[in-house]
Design a protein around this ligand. Structure first.
Ligand code: GLN
Length: 537
């Protein structure tokens, strides 16, 4: 029977509930339990697919092609699980389902209400996420207790906990303990109010997790325990850390996993956290410094390219390099000589992206990497920009563009090296929707991609609408850019690279979504190897 661990948050949002849930998932996985996760997002969007990375951070794509909250990335990376569509539920989906049923006559003339209909639909989603019967299902509620939009979820959690035996469910509440400026006193009042708010909603927390800049002293712990109606050992410190991968150990040190298992009446083995700790140690210390530039458009928001940053951390740690990753705003490269900005770096990455703004800067970065023979890794839009840069500057097609930039008749469709395709694979002004989720790819013998992956057939997650125009591939190859990965059925371009001794590989997929600390992604490892080898000292 699956046990349920609910995680709510108080005081402020973005406290790291996702990392805490993922960290507990890691601790229990290491102890031999099968865990899974559900993220409840109280916003009205059906999914994160249409949300601006500036507001919401990265859109994390699952194997089954769902566009989800970035917390699913934390869960997969920490707990080594593969999640899907059913592991992220939004208010938009819940209401969508209720309203569709109402139109189909499902409610048989009854009045459709938040209680019971919306709340029952949420409870069904929780049950559905646990359908493959993990030992423990973590259910994280986005937002902050007291938010109007979170209320139906809170009520669903209350009912769900009430309907199960006591030792089948547990509630963790994560709050912020703010400190007054200049190293002053830690304040507990917002946390007290948050506990009160939970009680008003009929919920009683089992553990209070406290995020703060400084470790909590005994007096603070006791005061919080009193107000939260808990024993002091149920008040847990979640101190700020340099590296999120240290959080499992911080929780382990306070035996939170033991207490949780005890409360849920499960008795897993002691487990082995040593491989994880070894990774966290090398990620924190590293060897020689390795400077990588990532050139993108949403660089002002740290979470926009979350998985990419993490994939680089995993690979650098595996190769004993001290990663220094800088985000470069693509448009800055459109003004003046890119060398002035890029010369410091041992490797360049152009990640996924959308739209024309910044595309010229990305192509400047790619051109610089190509001409200076600096290792280059292109991801999704990064591949598309690499193809157009090559068309323009090597194939002599100065007007080469992507159909994505055709917002008026300014460009000629003939010049679309990256385009929309119809279902016969012909360039067309109208395309389908996004190509999403896991797609196979066959690699060419002798290629760098094959050397990196070590196997001919691979699968990676996709999220894009445009494709390299099949009609231009012969011209690309005649000029020296090789297509070294193709979709086995459609023949679509999946990977391109440049021959010779420069490491220049671009993929239409998003390999960053599959990298984990204990299994760094082969393409990132190969890129880090190349960048390390080429450090100009
Ligand atoms: N904008 C490009 C497309 O839709 C690339 C998308 C991406 O990088 N994820 O094809």
């Amino acid at each position: 029977m699956t046990k349920h661990v609910f995680i709510s948050g108080g005081v402020v949002s973005s406290l790291g509930k996702g990392v805490v849930s993922a960290s507990l998932g890691r601790l229990l996985t290491s102890r031999g339990l099968r865990v899974s996760f559900l993220k409840l997002d109280p916003y009205l969007n059906r999914d994160a697919g249409t949300m601006n990375p500036y507001q919401h951070g990265e859109v994390f794509v699952t194997e089954d092609g769902a566009e989800t909250d970035l917390d699913l990335g934390h869960y997969e990376r920490f707990a080594d699980v593969t999640l899907g569509r059913k592991n992220n539920v939004t208010t938009g989906q819940i209401y969508g389902e209720v309203l569709d049923r109402e139109r189909r006559g499902y409610y048989d003339g009854g009045t459709v209400q938040v209680i019971p209909h919306v709340v029952d639909t949420i409870k069904a989603a929780i049950t559905c996420a646990g359908e493959d019967e993990p030992d423990v299902l973590f259910v994280e509620l986005g937002g902050t207790i007291g938010d109007i939009e979170g209320m139906p979820f809170i009520e669903a959690i209350r009912q769900f906990m009430l309907e199960r035996p006591k030792n089948d469910t547990v509630l963790l509440h994560l709050v912020l303990l703010p400190g007054l400026p200049a190293g002053g006193e830690i304040k507990t009042k917002p946390a007290q109010h948050s506990a009160q708010k939970l009680r008003e909603c009929g919920l009683h927390m089992d553990f209070l997790l406290c995020r703060s800049e400084q470790p909590m002293h005994a007096g603070v712990r006791e005061k919080l325990a009193l107000y939260a109606n808990l024993r002091p050992e149920r008040v847990i410190d979640v101190p700020d850390v340099k590296l999120i991968y240290d959080i499992p150990d911080k929780l382990r040190a306070q035996a939170l996993d033991d207490a949780l298992c005890h409360r849920l009446d499960i008795a897993p083995g002691i487990g082995d956290m040593e491989p994880w700790r070894a990774f966290a140690r090398s990620a924190a210390n590293g060897g020689r410094s390795l400077r990588i530039a990532a050139v993108g458009k949403y660089t002002g928001m740290a979470d926009s390219y979350k998985s990419l940053g993490e994939a680089l951390i995993h690979a650098a740690a595996a190769r004993d390099a001290a990663l220094k990753l800088d985000w470069i705003e693509a448009e800055d490269l459109e003004r003046g000589d890119p060398s002035a900005i890029l010369a410091l770096y041992a490797g360049v990455i152009v990640p996924g992206g959308f739209g024309y703004r910044g595309a010229l800067g990305k192509m400047e970065a790619i051109r610089w990497a190509r001409e200076t023979r600096t290792p280059f890794l292109g991801l999704c839009y990064g591949l598309q920009c690499a193809v157009i840069e090559f068309a323009r500057n090597v194939c002599g097609e100065a007007n080469a563009i992507s159909a994505e930039w055709l917002d008026d008749e300014m460009f000629d469709r003939e010049n679309c090296w990256v385009t929309l395709l119809d279902n016969q694979g012909r360039a067309t002004p109208r395309g389908g929707t996004l190509r999403l989720g896991a797609q196979p790819c066959v690699l060419t013998p002798g290629s760098r991609a094959l050397a990196a992956y070590g196997g001919e057939r691979v699968s990676e997650r996709h999220r894009h609408r445009y494709e390299v125009n099949p009609g231009k591939v012969a011209l690309l190859e005649a000029n020296g850019m090789l297509v070294t990965g193709r979709h086995p059925e459609s023949g679509l371009v999946e990977i391109v690279e440049l021959p010779g001794d420069q490491w220049f590989v671009a993929t239409q997929a998003h390999p960053e979504f599959k990298s984990t600390p204990l299994k760094p992604h082969p393409l990132f490892l190969a890129f880090v190897d190349a960048a390390k080898a080429g450090i100009r000292s």
